[in-house]
Design a protein around this ligand. Structure first.
Ligand SMILES: [Zn+2]
Length: 383
């Protein structure tokens, strides 16, 4: 870390990890190519993981919903057509905050989801727009360009017709991603081990790019086909997945024990991308959270605000997960750029947004700077 950055890091309010590694393609600025490029590993996920943590911002649909560009419920990013510039800016915001990955917003842009909202005819165009935007940002910022596959919501191990349709959904989305030249694939948010395996096979049929495959655990500690996440991850590793782990649904507190089990069960890299919510052993997933201030109604999806994790909590999560040996780290639905910055800082990074990380020394009441007048600091306890 350059001296100037060190000074900044020291003055920041968040406690900071010693840099376990230095590969950050974005640390030198949003538009500039960074250290990754200099080392020739800019587009190589596995080389980056070998060198240290890889931060992947996720949760685009939740953030776009909060910004008023996407409807909660179906959660289909029609914003890709209506306001592509908003999607592009969100990618840039996440990179500015420390994401090493620009992941195409093709989550829930598959045939089944578009069928549900009556826009199946727009399937190819919407995928291509998402990939084009992400590619543009990735190439401009020196971040990894990822394609995305996700839960289809029709997977049924006992329905041959449904299984065929799941394969078709994965095949066509992999095809568009290959066409766009993705650096690697993310296949995520699966509640069935079998569905994840189909996604991995679809990737392997058309591409040699690395695959990150992650499960989303609901309230039960097992997947819907009965395997523990550690068992399912071991199977994925054996099937050729490069990174396995968990994303979404669970907050750091209820995801971490499972990450520990997965780390012990596999030799490959492990991914941990929790939601930034305070889930509990009684309500381990964000869909299960109920709000005592609102007649104990289900808080998901638009009443989750009171459960939101602070930056410090995400910082602690990042430190703990990295110490545990999970190197592919992110935050899923509910994440804002401030969470990604805290996560990046937890592994010793100093992304451009860290320039504005909290520094209370010059605060009007709580400041310690000599310019702060005593009339203010003496009033501190009443502020
Ligand atoms: Zn999510």
């Amino acid at each position: 870390m350059p001296t100037k950055a060190k000074k900044k890091a020291k003055s920041a309010g968040l406690k900071r990890a010693r840099a376990p590694q230095r590969v950050s393609a974005v640390k030198s600025g949003g538009a500039a190519k960074g250290a990754g490029a200099a080392r020739g590993i800019e587009r190589d996920l596995l080389a980056r993981l070998k060198a240290g943590a890889v931060i992947c911002a996720e949760g685009y649909v939740f953030e776009l919903e909060r910004r008023g560009y996407l409807q909660a419920g179906a959660f289909v990013p029609e914003v890709l057509f209506e306001h592509p510039e908003v999607v592009e800016q969100l990618h840039l915001d996440f990179v500015h905050a420390g994401s090493d990955v620009t992941e195409a917003l093709t989550y829930y842009v598959h045939r089944e989801k578009l069928r549900v909202i009556g826009r199946e005819k727009d399937l190819a165009a919407m995928n291509r727009i998402a990939l084009r935007i992400a590619r543009k940002v990735a190439r401009r910022t020196g971040t990894l360009f990822a394609g995305d596959l996700c839960n289809t919501n029709i997977y049924d191990p006992n329905d041959a017709k449904a299984l065929k349709e799941v394969e078709r959904i994965f095949d066509e989305q992999v095809g568009w991603a290959v066409e766009a030249g993705v650096d690697f694939f993310v296949a995520e948010t699966f509640a069935w081990a079998g569905e994840a395996e189909l996604a991995l096979k679809a990737i392997q049929r058309q591409s040699k790019a690395p695959a990150v495959v992650t499960f989303a655990m609901h309230q039960e500690a097992i997947l819907r086909d009965g395997l523990t996440p550690a068992e399912a991850c071991r199977r994925l590793e054996q099937a050729g997945a490069d990174v396995v782990g968990l994303n979404c649904h669970r907050g750091p507190a209820t995801m971490m024990p499972m990450i520990r089990d997965i780390r012990a069960a596999v030799k490959c890299h492990v991914a941990a991308l929790p939601v930034p919510y305070r889930t509990t052993p009684q309500q381990p997933s964000f869909m299960a959270l109920t709000d005592p201030c609102c007649d104990n109604r289900r808080a998901f999806p638009v009443g989750l605000d009171p459960f939101l994790a602070t930056r410090a909590e995400i910082f602690d999560f990042g430190r703990e997960a990295f110490a545990l040996g999970a190197r592919y780290l992110g935050v899923c639905c509910g994440a804002g750029p401030h969470h990604i910055r805290a996560l990046a800082e937890s592994v010793g990074r100093h992304p451009p947004a860290s320039r504005y990380s909290v520094d209370m020394s010059r605060h009007a009441y709580f400041g310690t700077d000599r310019m702060i007048r005593r009339i203010q600091t003496e009033y501190r306890d009443k502020a």
